[in-house]
Design a protein around this ligand. Structure first.
Ligand SMILES: Nc1ncnc2c1ncn2[C@@H]1O[C@H](COP(=O)(O)OP(=O)(O)O)[C@@H](O)[C@H]1O
Ligand SMILES: [Mg+2]
Length: 467
């Protein structure tokens, strides 16, 4: 690039920077009733911006909640930036310019100088605009009203200026500098390979943990903000059945009743949950069967035992180090589901019902697992979606939040949909069995996480920046 060009660009970039600050100070804008946008990335959002969102929604100021502009209006570059930044906080004014010129050059939108507000404005292609200037999306003839570059009191840039910036942003030297970061996945599970390989890069550093309690090397995050999905603490809460059930208790999550066994000399003492006080002591004669005993650090079916009566309980407790187990009431609810939950949005983005295989060995049938079950998709009629599904989703999300996870799977046991006499059970009971911070990734699960993780990262980035 020549020196003369460099000087022009430098000046233009200074204006862009100044404008950006001023626009943010004015307050970001939002489309009324459009709190969340579905688009996963800025470019797809932006494509719909003028053609859809701006056509249907009026605009308000996020700072003072005041009405700002009607729907369907031509919008200034400034407003478009202030709206974009509200939904994509990491977006810069330069990126907005780049996308506007991109769309205009492709003749998907038009731009013109508006003498009323003395600003450049942009619009979707209304029918009249086609009639007015069918061969060219840009209405640059209107720019004649524009006084002169760099002297304009509003600092609003004319189309030629914007195009110079656009060409500069598209130059190979700048493209190389654009920073994108690999989405890091911390896990030791081999089923996460495809997810790790295919996750798209993010404009900020992101780490998501699945079962891993590895800390981030502080040197790697020097001077940069890092989005952390599933903290070390959350993963370790979820990995220990004792910690997890304690968090459930503190947060009032619906689960099966549970207790612990203390051994002093040869005497067995049972206490409610993890409490040790006299009033929480349980008389062994009051214990109801069946029970399930779970090792604190067990997973994937290893470390769980079915206890059918008092005799088996005593035998188990006498032969083991009971500091490592929790004991739980065994529920005979007939349906079991796994829900993959986005706890930031309280949504279930994928789910399966687990059903025992017909030939699953008898001694394994008390617990449903990958090796003795088939996974039924939601679309399959065997899925038999519980009538109170929304309530279940909310409770699963609460369970994830209780342990501190942002995303993960939750296993739920649900009563049958029909009562014994054949009538519909309108509010089937359910219990949360566990949260899992490292569910196995099949091909559909991978596909769903590929979509959900960037959404969660964006959301956490917004929270990090408190916008
Ligand atoms: N309280 C319970 N009542 C009935 N079934 C249970 C109960 N707890 C666990 N199960 C069954 O055992 C399975 C494994 O238990 P879980 O707590 O998820 O341990 P793991 O970490 O081994 O997966 C569950 O998926 C469920 O089928
Ligand atoms: Mg489980």
């Amino acid at each position: 690039m020549t020196t003369k060009n460099n000087n022009i660009i430098q000046k233009l970039l200074e204006i862009v920077e100044r404008n950006e600050k001023n626009y943010i100070n004015e307050g970001l804008l939002y489309f009324n009733t459009l709190e969340h946008i579905e688009d996963q990335d800025f470019v797809s959002f932006f494509k719909k911006f003028l053609n859809e969102y701006n056509v249907f929604y009026s605009t308000y100021n996020a700072k003072n909640k005041e009405y700002q502009c009607k729907s369907g209006a031509y919008r200034s570059t400034e407003d478009i930036f202030r709206l974009s930044k509200n939904y994509f906080p990491q977006i810069t004014f330069l990126e907005v310019i780049k996308n506007l010129v991109d769309l205009n050059e492709k003749k998907e939108i038009i731009t013109l100088w508006c003498p009323d507000i003395e600003k450049r404005v942009w619009s979707k292609l209304w029918y009249e605009d086609y009639l007015r200037k069918p061969e060219n999306g840009s209405m640059s003839t209107y720019d004649k009203n524009y006084i002169s570059r760099f002297q304009n009191k509003t600092d609003d840039l004319n189309y030629d200026d914007l195009k110079i910036i656009w060409q500069y942003l598209n130059s190979p030297e700048i493209k190389k500098k654009e920073k994108m970061f690999k989405f890091q996945i911390y896990t030791r599970h081999p089923s996460y390979q495809t997810l790790r390989a295919e996750l798209k890069k993010m404009p900020f550093k992101t780490v998501a943990r699945f079962g891993s309690t590895t800390n981030i090397d502080p040197l790697k995050i020097k001077n940069t903000k890092l989005v952390e999905i599933n903290t070390v603490e959350a993963v370790s809460n979820s990995a220990s059945k004792l910690k997890m059930m304690t968090k459930f208790l503190e947060n009032d999550i619906s689960t099966a009743a549970w207790f612990i066994c203390n051994k002093s000399e040869n005497d067995l003492q049972f206490y409610m949950c993890n409490n040790q006080t006299q009033e929480d002591k349980i008389n062994i004669e009051d214990i109801k069967y069946p029970l399930i005993i779970k090792s604190h650090l067990g997973s994937r079916g290893i470390g769980n035992y079915y206890i059918k009566d008092k005799e088996s309980l005593l035998k188990f407790c006498n032969n083991r180090d009971m500091n490592k187990y929790i004991i739980q009431e065994y529920k005979t609810y007939s349906r079991e589901y796994r829900l993959h939950i986005n706890a930031l949005e309280n949504t279930c983005f994928y789910t399966n019902r687990k059903m025992l295989k017909r030939d699953a060995p008898e001694e394994t049938r008390f617990q449903k697992h990958a090796n003795n079950c088939v996974w039924i998709l939601e679309e399959n009629e065997l899925f038999e979606k519980p009538i109170n599904w929304d309530k279940i989703v909310q409770e699963c999300s609460n369970a994830l939040k209780a342990v501190g996870l942002d995303i993960g799977a939750v296993d739920v046991l649900v009563q049958a949909g029909k009562n014994k006499n054949g009538t519909i059970n309108s509010d089937p009971r359910f219990i949360i069995i566990e949260t899992s911070s490292a569910p196995s990734m099949g091909s559909i699960t991978t596909e769903k996480y590929l979509k959900e993780l960037p959404k969660i990262a964006e959301k956490k980035y917004q929270l990090l920046n408190q916008i």
